[in-house]
Each structure stands twice: as structure tokens, then as C-alpha cells.
Design a protein around this ligand. Structure first.
Ligand code: ZN
Length: 221
């Protein structure tokens, strides 16, 4: 049997198995679950685990971070122009090229992320200004985040957090997330009344929601 990590939680009621895109196994279990029960659970899931790992190993690998890489930016594509140079990192857009100069790959990646975060801040603000009057609510604060597991969230205090990676999906899908989170300022749940509010602002939200889910296997709302 494959190795797995056990994560215990007092809030959890059922056992749940997760496989990360890199193939790591995690079992989420209620706090008091016995080790033997966890083991039996994982053992019973073995066929599913093997099928999933097999599928993951066949999934296309992301292209290397190198000069010429195509970076998606809303409805546009940018070509990464990467130069290694022992100077302060810089990122500059020139037409449909993103010129990045940095000493190491790590610094270059960080520079690109910073650039995307800045772009996300501007874009999110413009789209919130567009959608807030339609929804009839405005957030208290906008936060650009880098959550691994979600595109956006809305706190009880009225802070809307948006994932900077939204800059890498088509603008219409980014709009869906922004309208979705704004509607949470009216309804902090996913009951039918929430979806009615969203349909009022964005009648085709369901198509966008499904497309977005298809795009980010590891990210979901
Ligand atoms: Zn939601």
C-alpha cells in the first residue's frame, strides 16, 4: 500500500482521501479515528488511488519556465522574454511580451507573480466598480491572495479575496468570480437565494462556472 499522511480534525465527521497533483496522499479523518480504521479505509480505496495516480502520470506536464513561455493574461497571451542578469529583478510589459530580468529562476518567477498581483489589483478594482452597483453592495476591502485551493472568497467582515491566478483565465470567467463574491455580501451561503442574486447580475453564470471548474483542476470556488 502507498504511503499516506493523516490529518485529524475535530470538526470532521467522515473520512476523506485526497491526492495532490504531485501524487501525495492525505487522509482527512475525525479526531478520534483509530489508525487501523484509517488503514482499512485507504486499503479499500486502493483501486481508485492507483487509477488516479495512473491518470496523473499521463497528464500533460506544465511547460518549463523559460524564454518563449506563453503566459496567459485574461483574454491575451504574453510571451515571456527572460534574461538572466545579476541585477535587481525587473518585469516590464512591452506589447505582447513580458520582459523579465533576474539573477535566478526563482527571482524571475517571483517577479512574474508580483507583476500578476499588481495587474490583478488594477483589474479587480475596475471590475468591482463595474459590478458593485449591479449587485447593490460593495466590499469593505479587496485583497489579492494566492490561495492554492480557491479562486476567491468573501469574509463576514466584507473583505473580498481574489486569487491573482484569475489573471490567467479569460476575463469573462474572472468576472464570474468577482460577481460571485460580491453576491456573497448579500447572501453568505450557496442556497438557492444566493444563485438567484447571481443570476440577476449575470444570467449566464452557470456556463461560466462550469468552464472555470474545467480549467482549474486544483482550484475551485
Ligand atoms: Zn461562493
Amino acid at each position: 500500500m502507498r504511503a499516506y499522511a493523516v490529518v485529524r480534525s475535530r470538526k470532521r465527521r467522515t473520512l476523506c482521501l485526497q491526492i495532490s497533483p504531485s501524487g501525495t496522499l492525505r487522509v482527512l479523518v475525525p479526531a478520534a479515528t483509530r489508525e487501523t480504521d484509517v488503514w482499512a479505509f485507504v486499503k479499500a480505496k486502493t483501486p481508485w488511488i492507483e487509477r488516479t495516480l495512473e491518470r496523473l502520470s499521463r497528464a500533460p506536464k506544465p511547460p518549463p519556465f523559460a524564454d518563449g513561455l506563453i503566459l496567459r493574461h485574461l483574454d491575451e497571451s504574453l510571451v515571456l522574454r527572460l534574461t538572466y542578469h545579476a541585477a535587481a529583478p525587473s518585469v516590464r510589459r512591452d506589447g505582447d511580451e513580458l520582459h523579465v530580468t533576474a539573477a535566478t529562476e526563482e527571482a524571475a518567477r517571483a517577479g512574474v507573480e508580483r507583476w500578476y498581483r499588481e495587474a490583478a489589483r488594477h483589474h479587480a478594482l475596475a471590475r468591482i466598480i463595474h459590478f458593485a452597483p449591479l449587485v447593490g453592495r460593495a466590499p469593505k476591502r479587496i485583497r489579492i491572495a494566492g490561495q492554492k485551493t480557491r479562486w476567491g472568497s468573501c469574509s463576514a467582515r466584507g473583505t473580498i479575496s481574489l486569487n491573482w491566478r484569475l489573471m490567467m483565465v479569460p476575463a469573462g470567467l474572472c468576472d464570474y468570480v468577482i460577481a460571485h463574491e460580491l453576491c456573497h455580501l448579500i447572501a453568505a451561503h450557496h442556497k438557492p437565494s444566493f444563485w438567484r442574486e447571481l443570476a440577476r447580475v449575470m444570467p449566464d453564470y452557470e456556463t461560466r462556472r462550469l468552464t472555470l471548474h474545467g480549467m482549474g483542476a486544483q482550484l475551485s470556488l
